[in-house]
Write a protein that binds this ligand. Structure first.
Ligand code: HEM
Length: 471
């Protein structure tokens, strides 16, 4: 009897699993990445860029495909590998709205749904107007400079080995905290409970078992994780209340002056700005530091440019930043090679469409695979070489450079993020030289952390930093 029950349970599980991975009938004509290597990759925690390089990029570079079907997070999605096809889809936000995120995935519960990232139509326009106004009121260059000095006081003088992925995350967190909420997490100088809590939550959400079988959230719910997420979200609610009483020169004060968002929507947007605005920037900063460490001659060239422009000033300006084209090319090239967001939130086709030579049925999930576009050999010769000279003439920055996405819904904080990287790196170049330790795991290639949410963030990036003594 017991044997029959076990066999029946196993049978039901097998049927459920097969249904999870089976390709829908109307998508079978599309080229696709085999599911078993994908599952193997997720289950052993392979970083996103390595998975894409092995399993997805060959479709673009060896087979000349513009799209490919990929299984991820419980369903099949069409990945766009070519920027021209991407423009056709991402320019039209009404025909291709963002997909409703699956209920089971805790990531969406954590981020919340009433925000600029996940809304559509009129609701998105309302959120977008408020958030874009708030982000674009000014570029907080003095704030970035002040936080850079705080970072240098932690790195200190002489020579030391620094965990730079950690420092970059702390810097980006303080940058978003002070400029977006007027709230100092003080993460650069101290062990912040915010960082610890956030990292614990993201780590737990990324459990491969729940990623491969999202329905487990219903079968074996993770109550303590949900509670932890709620506590962090509540903390943002408290910051909101405090901000009403003590307004300041930050984005949140600007958002509060607009009556078009409710308190719940404001809080969801705060959490979103926190998540969208710190891991991405941290990844960009750490990647840039890595490539400059690996290419000493480019670091020297960038330093010369910075010293010529900045002299001894401790307060760089937007105008200073505009006079550093070589450093800007390094920033752009790092964002191309190790693009912080490998692919965007899925869109849903509201009607059947033609993508390249394939017809795609309505309601298909479609994502723009930024990593694949950035390594497509048709647009980027030798795509894995770090070569800032590709961008020497700013006007030649091609349409295929899309780290901030495409169309009306591309990142509203592009200028913010580029200046954040420029100011920190410029000041760092003037104060320090840095290199990879002899035993670095990054000696041949950047090693990213495992991220099921399409992030490319360098992992365990140690850098040997040496203070430049001024005579
Ligand atoms: C190097 C740093 C960054 C990169 C590479 C980046 C990249 C992106 C990308 C690719 C998207 C489009 C997502 C999609 O189409 O589904 C996006 C959207 C967004 N980003 Fe960024 N981002 C960065 C920094 C930031 C920062 C610092 C903030 C806030 C302070 C921010 C706030 C947002 C918001 C609110 C959206 C949603 C826009 C919308 O749906 O209309 N990002 N970002």
């Amino acid at each position: 009897m017991g044997f029959i029950v076990v066999a029946a349970c196993l049978g039901v599980c097998a049927i459920l699993l097969c249904r999870l991975f089976v390709v829908p009938h109307d998508l079978r004509h599309l080229p696709r990445v085999p599911v078993l290597p994908l599952l193997w990759s997720y289950s052993r925690g392979e970083p996103e860029d390595k998975r894409l390089r092995r399993l997805v990029l060959p479709f673009a570079n060896e087979m000349g495909e513009e799209i490919v079907l990929v299984w991820a997070l419980g369903r099949w999605m069409v990945h766009i590998l070519d920027h021209k096809v991407g423009y056709d889809v991402f320019a039209n936000i009404d025909l291709f709205p963002k997909e409703d995120p699956p209920d089971d995935l805790l990531l969406w519960r954590f981020i919340g749904r009433n925000n600029i990232l996940l809304s559509n139509g009129e609701q998105w326009r309302r959120h977008s107007k408020v958030i874009r106004n708030a982000i674009n009121q000014s570029i907080p260059v003095p704030q970035f400079a002040s936080l850079s000095r705080r970072l240098f006081s932690v790195i200190g003088g002489g020579q030391s080995t620094q965990h730079f992925d950690d420092l970059a995350q702390r810097f980006a967190l303080d940058a978003v905290g002070t400029t977006a909420f007027g709230y100092d997490f003080d993460a650069i100088a101290h062990d912040s409970p915010f960082v610890r809590n956030y990292n614990t939550i993201m780590h737990a959400i990324a459990n491969p078992l729940y990623l491969i079988m999202p329905f487990l959230e219903r079968v074996v719910p993770r109550h303590s994780l949900k509670k932890r997420m709620d506590i962090l979200a509540e903390r943002f609610g408290e910051i909101l209340v405090e901000k009403r009483e003590t307004p300041g020169p930050d984005m949140l004060t600007n958002m509060l002056q607009d009556v078009h968002l409710t308190d719940g929507e404001l809080r969801d947007n705060m959490l979103l700005l926190f998540i969208a605005g710190h891991d991405t920037s941290a990844g960009g900063i750490a990647s840039l530091m890595y490539f400059l460490a690996k290419h000493d001659e480019l670091q020297t060239q960038a330093r010369k440019e910075v010293v010529d422009v900045l002299g001894t000033t401790d307060c760089p300006t937007v105008e200073n930043v505009q006079r550093m084209p070589f450093l800007m090319s390094c920033v752009r090239e790092a964002l191309r090679i190790n693009t912080p967001i490998a692919y965007v939130v899925p869109r849903s086709a509201s009607m059947p469409i033609q993508l390249g030579r394939y017809t795609i049925p309505a309601n298909t999930s479609i994502v723009l695979n930024i990593y694949a576009v950035h390594h497509n050999e048709r647009d980027w010769p030798a795509p894995f070489d770090f070569d800032p000279n590709r961008f020497q003439n700013i006007s030649t920055v091609g349409a295929a450079w899309i780290p901030f996405g495409l169309g009306p819904r591309q990142c509203p904080a592009k200028a913010f993020a580029l200046h954040e990287q420029m100011v920190l790196t410029a000041m760092m170049l003037r104060e320090y030289k840095w290199s990879l330790p002899a035993s670095s795991v990054h000696a041949d290639d950047v090693q990213n952390a495992f991220s099921p949410f399409a992030l490319c963030l360098p992992h365990r990036l140690d850098l040997v930093c040496t203070r430049i003594e001024t005579p």
